[in-house]
Design a protein. Structure first.
Length: 468
């Protein structure tokens, strides 16, 4: 174990011990320490009651006194200290009706979701591991503490958490735990969209998003993302493809990290994708885009006379479906809008002629075009390998042409027209919506003929537009 307990956490444990209370770090941080991964937060569990904890530290916040949680503030950093507790009944599948404090650490550990999350540690006692969490950690197993059905009755989200931990650590779900998920998955309907979205985000950002297939096979997606079930059973039956829509989607998601993390090796130095960086938020948006890029294929599938499947309009219908899904999951607007834009154009065929390329760039935006190419590349990577060479080459040529347009800084937006709304008002005597329409007309002209972006020509075109 290479990870050390930070000094501030040690200080909190020591302060509690010196007053005669037991205190341990507990849950995710113990698991992560034994995985040699730096924990995101350090949760502390103690036999001291919340008011007793508050008395011992200069600055505390009442984070959830009725649930036993006090946040101890040390130099601006907060640490959650929670009293050992038993949970009462969970009539709504997500919150205990009441919690009872206990002086027994084991009782506290018993109420936790998985064995790997039910360990406590301090330097004096070492690890407290009553449910063999360390062994499950070593063997890569997600197993509920005690009876899995009870754990999932208490909080139905735990079923999706099981898939999430399996995706993050490449673990398998133990048989009885898995069987219980199959039985209890319908209870996920009681869980808020926000909590479900957080788990999906973590699955998508993980190294093993293919565990989404377990979410499908165990009946989880049927409740929280039924569109994915349709994707899993839709065959593509087209020479471009070797996978059903669902596995194709997973393969595209898996390709993203590879492309982003190797962009300095995959692309030439003068390619617009060379060394492209995406922060975690954008990476997540790209993964949601890939998850939903073919969401409408099941709806749009038709067969031709040669028994070849076609999916006409799946991009347009896909935008609407993706919009619905992302709204349902309470996604933020930035994510939703960018994902929809990229889904709309994910199948757009660039002609490699300058005018249509400029039009496309104007609609998609110079910043987003790079992400669109990344999406297209991941999409191709999940298609029939026999078609890769030609498709990658086409995309490369399109990027080369796009780069010329970007480097020349051709006018692609109303904002960069060399005439303003006020000028058009003065020339035409019109106002309001008509000015906006005229600006759009001028932009189209300039996209077709970039050299027309000078005031005199734009004035002439304005007169032409208003027939002056
Ligand atoms: N826990 C639980 N049931 C839940 C959520 C949490 O039993 N539905 C317990 C687990 O012991 C878990 C601890 O509370 O380890 C802390 O929960 P949380 O911070 O949500 O998750 P972590 O396990 O810390 O994992 P991560 O930080 O990666 O989300």
């Amino acid at each position: 174990m290479d990870i050390k307990v930070p000094d501030k956490v040690k200080f909190i444990l020591k302060t509690l011990n010196e007053e005669g209370y037991e205190a341990f770090i507990v849950g995710g941080c113990v698991r992560d320490m034994y995985r040699n991964t730096l924990p995101k937060d350090w949760d502390i569990t103690t036999s001291a009651k919340p008011l007793e904890v508050k008395k011992l530290f200069k600055k505390t916040l009442d984070t959830g006194l009725q649930h036993g949680t006090v946040t101890v503030m040390l130099d601006g950093e907060g640490f959650e200290v929670t009293t050992y507790r038993l949970d009462g009944d969970y009539s709504d599948h997500r919150h205990p009706e009441e919690v009872t404090f206990t002086s027994d650490l084991v009782e506290d550990l018993k109420r936790r979701d998985f064995t790997i999350n039910a360990m406590a540690y301090n330097e004096t006692t070492g690890v407290v591991d009553c449910f063999n969490g360390l062994e499950d950690l070593k063997n890569g197993i997600i197993r509920c503490v005690g009876n899995p059905e009870d754990r999932f009755e208490e909080d139905a989200l735990r079923m999706l958490r099981a898939i999430r931990f399996a995706s993050q650590f490449d673990f398998v779900i133990e048989e009885n735990t898995y069987k219980a998920i199959k039985r209890k998955a319908p209870n996920l309907q009681y869980i808020s969209a926000e909590r479900i979205k957080v788990e999906f985000d973590k699955i998508l950002l993980s190294k093993h998003p293919k565990k989404l297939i377990d979410a499908y096979e165990s009946g989880i997606t049927k409740v929280v993302l039924p569109e994915f079930d349709e994707m899993m059973i839709t065959r593509q039956e087209n020479p471009n493809h070797i996978y059903n829509v669902g596995p194709h989607t997973i393969c595209a998601i898996e390709s993203l990290d590879y492309v982003l993390d190797n962009s300095d090796k995959i692309f030439d130095k003068d390619d617009i994708l060379y060394n492209i960086k995406a922060n975690e938020k954008d990476r997540l948006i790209l993964k949601w885009t890939l998850l939903l890029h073919d969401v409408a294929k099941p709806l749009c599938k038709t067969m031709d006379d040669n028994n070849i499947a076609h999916f006409k309009m799946h991009d347009v219908v896909g935008c609407k479906k993706a919009d619905e899904i992302l709204q349902r999951l309470k996604s933020d607007n930035y994510t939703r809008n960018l994902a929809i834009l990229l889904i709309k154009y994910h199948d757009y065929r660039f002609t490699n002629k300058m005018i249509p390329l400029r039009r496309a760039l104007s609609k998609i935006g110079t910043d987003n075009i790079k992400y669109l190419f990344i999406i297209k590349i991941c999409d191709v990577m999940a298609q029939n390998p026999d078609t890769h060479k030609e498709k990658f080459e086409d995309l490369r040529v399109s990027r080369e042409k796009m780069k010329i347009i970007i480097d020349k800084a051709d006018c692609l937006t109303v904002k960069s027209l060399n005439i303003k709304g006020n000028d058009i008002m003065n020339i035409s005597g019109k106002n309001g919506r008509e000015i906006g329409e005229c600006l759009k007309f001028l932009l189209e002209k300039v996209i077709d003929n970039p050299e027309d972006n000078n005031y005199d020509k734009l004035e002439e075109l304005t007169r032409e537009y208003f027939k002056l």
